[in-house]
Design a protein around this ligand. Structure first.
Ligand code: PGA
Length: 218
């Protein structure tokens, strides 16, 4: 079983999201855990249109519980929406929204206190700092995505050997967690990652239903 995760980021409007589902095909008997992380407004639509074996994630979650936090989406807000996973600490959140390791660690706690599995994104430089903030009892419950900054959205995917080295580093601090790779994954380069890691996090190529079908049904 491999994790194959689509991260739509803040792309697509309602019509485009609907069209994607007309064209996306997922083998009903695949062994893979195929997961889609749409923007929040499409969670209802995704639940209506998705194949039964496609799972649902969010791209972020509030580091706070439900309450007076205007604009935040808490784990309580997500109840009943079939959300089993949350991407946390994506480098774009760190870069453009100034998230710090402790914010990400708090998001991990919010997820796990509410039966959502966090997909923690890390680059090799700060694996130790990130892990340090996370409650120890939660470390081994994370999925960890190694996302090399130089590879995200550049078409320049990280060589497998480097990914495997970082995978080892990740497991030395998080324990025997699933480690997946993200950064310019496409149908043409996905093979070595799927054969040697626990899966992939796909940005750009997931926007195209045909490309993502090819990866998901690998
Ligand atoms: P990319 O994005 O596939 O477009 O490089 C990956 C990610 O940011 O998760």
């Amino acid at each position: 079983m491999k994790y194959i995760i689509a991260n739509w980021k803040s792309n697509k409007n309602l019509a485009e999201a609907t069209k994607w589902f007309n064209e996306f095909k997922l083998n009903p008997s695949t062994d893979n855990k195929v997961i889609l992380a749409p923007a929040f407004p499409f969670l209802g639509l995704v639940n209506q249109l998705k194949p039964a074996n496609l799972e649902v994630a969010v791209q972020d979650i509030s580091p706070f519980p439900a309450g007076a936090y205007t604009g935040a989406v808490s784990s309580l807000n997500l109840q009943g929406l079939n959300v089993k996973y949350a991407i946390v600490g994506h480098s774009e959140r760190r870069r453009y929204f100034h998230e710090r390791h402790q914010d990400v660690a708090n998001k991990v706690s919010e997820c796990l206190a509410n039966d959502i599995t966090p997909i923690v994104c890390v680059d090799d430089e700060y694996i130790f700092d990130q892990a340090h903030g996370i409650e120890e009892k939660y470390l081994h419950k994370c999925i960890v995505a190694y996302e090399d900054l130089a590879a995200i959205g550049t078409g320049d995917n990280t060589p497998l050997e480097s990914v495997l080295k970082v995978q080892e580093l990740i497991r030395s601090v998080f324990g025997q967690v699933p480690v997946i790779y993200g950064g310019s994954v496409n149908p043409g380069n996905v093979k070595p990652y799927l054969e040697n890691t626990d899966g992939v996090l796909v940005g750009g190529a997931s926007l195209d239903p045909d490309k993502f079908s090819q990866i998901a049904n690998y």
